[in-house]
Design a protein around this ligand. Structure first.
Ligand SMILES: N[C@@H](CCC(=O)N[C@@H](CS)C(=O)NCC(=O)O)C(=O)O
Length: 216
């Protein structure tokens, strides 16, 4: 049964990037359905796939999974060879905590520094709350890299769901030239250097839809 991932604009849709990157990183075959967001026909088109009216949505035969974290969990179970979470229970608990923290947190950063692959990299004046988010994320990345650098370049050494969750933030760090130390800079390079991330960003830059609310 083939998989279909319904996504939004690659330029803007940070939630869509997460499962897309996981699928690409693991070389899993899937069809991509791109629905440009916030147009008159966007909602009905998304609602045809998901009751939330939001992307991303994964379709696997009769199964529809929505919400980026739920999709990543589903993919990790459906394709156990992808080892979605680290092996050791304590590492797995940490990875799950960080993924959940990302999923429900960092609102200031998400609000003031939206993902925008087309935006020329430049510093933006942002409220103090954004700097607190950046510092916390920098701490997370530094801590993970100190613990797991011996196993590979990703947060837990090997690529995991935690990396898929934090990848859009790494793009924001590059776009808004956010700084949180050497480990953070190295991790941002790892995410941006991934061929799949490059592919996503190039496609995002080539899109011509402009959503004014996300352009500042
Ligand atoms: N918690 C959800 C959030 C999904 C979400 O907010 N998606 C945005 C695009 S990035 C969306 O579909 N917005 C369109 C709308 O709300 O009409 C997830 O992780 O997938």
């Amino acid at each position: 049964m083939s998989l279909t991932l319904v996504i939004g604009n690659k330029n803007y849709s940070s939630w869509s990037l997460r499962p897309w990157l996981y699928l690409k990183h693991h070389g899993l075959a899937f069809e991509e359905v791109r629905i440009p967001l916030y147009r008159e026909d966007s909602k009905p088109k998304i609602l045809a796939h998901s009751p939330t009216g939001k992307v991303p949505v994964l379709i696997d035969g009769d199964v529809a999974v929505w919400d980026s974290l739920a999709i990543l969990e589903y993919l990790a179970e459906r394709f156990p060879e992808t080892s979605g979470w680290p092996q050791a229970p304590a590492d797995r608990a940490l990875a799950r905590s960080l993924a959940a923290e990302m999923h429900s947190g960092f609102l200031a950063l998400r609000t003031h520094c939206g993902m925008n692959c087309r935006r020329p990299p430049a510093v933006k004046a942002v409220p103090e709350a954004v700097h607190r988010d950046v510092a916390r994320i920098g701490h997370i990345w530094r801590d993970c890299r100190e613990r797991f650098a011996g196993d590979g370049p990703w947060l837990f050494g090997r690529f995991s769901i935690a990396d898929a969750m934090y990848a859009p933030v790494a793009l924001r760090f590059a776009t808004y030239r956010l700084e949180a130390g050497k480990s953070a800079a190295e991790y941002v390079s790892t995410v941006l250097g991934h061929p799949a991330t490059q592919e996503w960003m190039e496609a995002g830059r080539a899109e011509n839809e402009v959503i004014p609310a996300f352009e500042d």
